[in-house]
Design a protein around this ligand. Structure first.
Ligand SMILES: C[S@@+](CC[C@H](N)C(=O)[O-])C[C@H]1O[C@@H](n2cnc3c(N)ncnc32)[C@H](O)[C@@H]1O
Length: 224
């Protein structure tokens, strides 16, 4: 793993290090496995031999899916503890990937990747920072390549379904906020930011609580 962090980044990384061992297990439980499903949906856009970047890769269940498909995977994350979890999974499956411990703002491989995945990553920033991060990281995609986002969804459906979405996702954000992982912020309509980032919206797939309940998560595909 290569490591390039400023002191501020290292402090934020330490907060995420504390969550590294339980992050995916708890996400599986509270999302009724729909967070994983929203990432698995992206595999239709990932082909063997393509270079695929995971931004804020976390414990890397999605990066492992892409590596199993034969993609050349790069994971970047501000937390060494999260990348250790990715390393363990890679070793268990005798897979390989490039792991870089860096603030995604400091990654600078312009036009380098066929696919860039921002999964439950842009949602850790306040609105302006999120837009800057989206604009910056969209430059990593080659022309014609894909920018994929799996993340929480805005409320959909009838008033009860919308209320469930709001209460549920604010409760999840509140937990992360108390752990010092995210600032308090609204959830985002990502496609409305795509024009500024040079992206064209292709598709949004919605994921429901326990498959049939209110919409909570989404998987968005865009082309550079
Ligand atoms: C909410 S977690 C999502 C992890 C993973 N993508 C997933 O879907 O499970 C956000 C991740 O982004 C990382 N992160 C936060 N700010 C970052 C930054 N500026 N640069 C790189 N990684 C960052 C955190 O360490 C954490 O692993």
């Amino acid at each position: 793993m290569s490591l390039k962090l400023s002191d501020n980044d290292a402090a934020l990384g330490k907060n995420y290090d504390r969550a590294a061992w339980f992050y995916e297990k708890s996400a599986k439980f509270y999302s009724t496995n729909q967070i994983r499903a929203s990432k698995r949906f992206q595999m239709k856009y990932v082909q063997p031999g393509q270079s695929v970047l995971y931004l804020g890769a976390g414990a890397g269940e999605d990066a492992i899916m892409a590596a199993r498909r034969g993609a050349n995977v790069t994971c970047i994350d501000i937390s060494p503890g999260m990348l250790d979890q990715v390393r363990k999974k890679l070793d268990e499956d005798s897979l390989s990937a490039e792991l870089i411990c860096v603030n995604a703002y400091d990654h600078d491989r312009i036009g380098h990747y066929d696919v860039v995945c921002a999964n439950y990553f842009l949602n850790v920033f306040r609105r302006d920072d999120m837009a800057n991060m989206l604009n910056h990281t969209a430059t990593f995609v080659r022309d014609g390549g894909k920018y994929l986002i799996a993340d929480v969804a805005l409320p959909h459906g009838n008033p009860a379904a919308k209320a469930f979405n709001l209460a549920y996702l604010k409760m999840a954000m509140g937990t992360f906020w108390m752990m010092g992982l995210v600032p308090w912020h609204e959830n985002y309509d990502y496609p409305s930011f795509f024009a500024d980032a040079g992206l064209t919206h292709d598709h949004t797939e919605l994921f429901r609580f326990a498959k049939k309940g209110p919409v909570l998560f989404q998987s968005i595909a865009a082309t550079k």
